[in-house]
Design a protein around this ligand. Sequence first.
Ligand code: KMT
Ligand code: NI
Length: 172
Amino acid sequence: MRAYLYDNLEGDQRLPHDSGVAVDTDALKDLGVLYYRFSDIEGVDKLAAERGYKNRDEITVSPEKMGAAYEDKVKMFFAEHLHEDEEIRYIRDGYGYFDVRNKGDQWVRIHLEKDDLLILPAGIYHRFTTDETNYIHAMRLFKDEPKWTPLNRSEDLNGNQHRQAYVSQFLK
Ligand code: KMT
Ligand code: NI
């Protein structure tokens, strides 16, 4: 895992867009973003049990797997959004970028690789993209029903209780 401020320059979303300003795991924690590394599934099972994540599935995002839909999917994942639940991803293979908004509303880019596990809190604005390798295989964990509803960023979400809870816990 490596995290840094996004450079906001034009260019494909899958390029590194590294501004050269590093962001450490403590700064991520201040945003409610938790990072773990597990070389085997036992560690993940333990975390899942502790946090009450009962269900999981696996997803592969690649042109091989998704065919012609790949480019559209990747653009869709990159629309800024939030969820009303935590988003937990355990990377099994390949690479991906999760971008999250910091306290100043700048993008922090988090590059993940195999064995990285990332927890995004409910209510944080974020987006996802593959990197230049165009391949990621990830495990998605969830508490009950798989629910991936992305709520795209909008003023209308200012009154959303999950957004408000996130703002008062982490952005004040
Ligand atoms: C997400 O939340 O954007 C995704 O599920 C993307 C694939 S998981 C690496
Ligand atoms: Ni999401």
